[in-house]
Design a protein around this ligand. Structure first.
Ligand code: MD3
Ligand code: FE
Length: 207
């Protein structure tokens, strides 16, 4: 792994092409059980450009009136989220060695023009636990800063099959996705074809 900043570890090409295809099928099944939805910014109600869904006991969402939060059910269907696929639980154990299972797996789906502004992940009561991120499909320009919004940032490319661990001092660092890079060479694996240009999964402890 390559340390980006203290506590942030990048594993380029952690998943080979066959593993990416298996993961894409698992995520296609998650989307079939829990359709992609659009979260909205608290107070303004402006839609986020990333569409999302979840698996696991808890899922992340946001809307105008109730803001950022974790919920046990899909905001539109009311159904409980599907379980986190065993393949992802195994990767969590391998890369984090954290003694508890993840409670949430947020699936972010980026269209070619989607992005995610600089933010901190602070909606989890347990910020001592690491976050594991896995990327599929198009490359993106990812930005990792410090604990204050004004801190200097480091840009890196996240590619299909890459893993990223955010732990310890990196857990509360500001981060965002500046843009999706042209995806001619790395379309989403076949099971996710047509869903967008890039998919990112984040596995988290919440409580
Ligand atoms: C650094 N997702 O869902 S993943 C998010 O590519 C999110 O969809 C981005 O930021 C994406 O909240 C980035 C990498 C990542 C995830 C969580 C972090 C980086 C992080 C938490 C703290 C610091
Ligand atoms: Fe985030």
């Amino acid at each position: 792994a390559q340390q980006i900043t203290p506590g942030a570890f990048h594993y380029p090409a952690f998943l080979d092409a066959a593993a990416q295809e298996r993961l894409a099928q698992e995520i296609a099944d998650v989307i079939a059980a829990a359709p992609l939805f659009t979260s909205r910014m608290p107070k303004s109600g402006l839609p986020m450009s990333v569409r999302m869904t979840n698996c696991g006991p808890l899922g992340w969402m946001s809307d105008k009136d109730r803001g950022y939060r974790y919920e046990p059910r899909h905001p539109e269907t009311g159904a409980p989220w599907a379980p986190i696929p065993q393949m992802l639980l195994d990767i969590w154990d391998e890369l984090t060695a954290y003694p508890k299972s993840p409670e949430a797996c947020l699936v972010n789906v980026y269209a070619a023009d989607a992005k995610m502004g600089l933010h901190q992940d602070r909606d989890e009561a347990d910020v001592a636990a690491p976050i594991l991120s896995l990327s599929l499909g198009a490359d993106c320009r990812f930005r990792l800063g410090g604990r204050k919004r004004a801190d200097k940032t480091t840009a890196l490319t996240l590619s299909s099959g890459d893993a990223l661990i955010l732990s310890g001092p990196a857990r509360l660092c500001f981060h965002g996705v500046d843009r999706i890079l042209p995806s001619i060479l790395t379309p989403l694996p076949a099971p996710l074809a047509g869903q967008g240009a890039r998919v990112n999964l984040t596995l988290r402890r919440v409580t």
